[in-house]
Design a protein around this ligand. Structure first.
Ligand SMILES: [Zn+2]
Length: 270
């Protein structure tokens, strides 16, 4: 039912880019005249890099009530707009609906362990829980937990609640989610200041159902190791690369991000 995915502070991306070669196995998605990748295409080594899929179009998004300054809200909604522009160009709808851009939706911060207790899905119901928001929340002292409950180098973590896989489906449908942002080890006063916009651009990819194109570990079954000498440079320059620079994150969806994202709404392209 649950899958958590996080983004760690990354410092090795530039080293990778200087050292890597190309991976000839990747398929070639199609770019439209405006440079938007429109095809659902990915190399065989990307088969296991999907965590789930959204259904029924725009995900209802809210900020945890009273937690975010207007500057933070602006930085985050801009990143939703990046994903929205992509899906609008490819499929004609926005990935996210955060409400009025000058006064976005707010909602109480959900307790992560309670997400599955929104067990209100009726048999056969396979989509986002009606009336529930995906809530972006801060975590750490003063917020839900007195300490950040995950690794101290983790900038943020998205937890997905998913419908059990039905026969004929290849991806579980996401019916609720939340992202916690590490306001204990980063962002908070006196701590390293990470780029919130870059962190959330990445987390929104997880919310949509994207996993990382590679992992910095050889122990993740079925997913390429980012440290392999022949790793595709497209995986290393992706927004969904597992490490995000604190100060200079990737802010544009690359070919890997776009072509995999196009595959997440299976009912649109099957
Ligand atoms: Zn991640």
């Amino acid at each position: 039912m649950f899958r958590s995915h996080c983004v760690a502070a990354g410092t090795v991306l530039s080293i990778f880019l200087a050292a890597c070669g190309t991976n000839g196995s990747s398929q070639s998605p199609v770019a439209s005249g405006k440079g938007v990748i429109t095809g659902c295409a990915f190399g065989a080594d990307q088969n296991a890099t999907f965590m789930g899929e959204q259904r029924f179009g725009s995900v209802p998004v809210a900020f945890a009530s009273g937690q975010f300054a207007s500057s933070e809200i602006s930085a985050v909604t801009t990143q939703m707009d990046t994903w929205n522009a992509h899906y609008a160009a490819v499929y004609g709808f926005n990935a996210f609906n955060y409400g009025n851009s000058s006064n976005p939706n707010t909602a109480p911060a959900p307790v992560v362990s309670m997400l599955s207790n929104y067990n209100v899905l009726s048999p056969g119901e396979t989509g986002w829980v009606s009336g529930q928001y995906y809530v972006i929340q801060k975590d750490g002292p003063g917020y839900q937990n007195s300490a950040w409950p995950y690794g101290q180098n983790v900038l943020a973590l998205t937890t997905l609640a998913k419908v059990p896989l039905a026969s004929g489906q290849s991806l579980q449908v996401i019916y609720n989610a939340t992202t916690e942002i590490n306001y204990h080890d980063f962002y908070a006063a006196g701590m390293p200041q990470a780029n919130l916009a870059g962190t959330m651009l990445h987390e929104f990819g997880h919310l949509l159902g994207l996993g990382h194109p590679c992992e910095a570990s050889s122990t993740v079954s079925g997913i390429p190791n980012c440290y392999e000498s022949n790793i595709s440079p497209d995986y290393l320059s992706a927004v969904m690369y597992p490490g995000v620079s604190l100060t200079n994150p990737v802010m544009a969806l690359n070919t890997n991000d776009q072509s995999r994202a196009n595959c997440l709404f299976s009912y649109l392209h099957n």
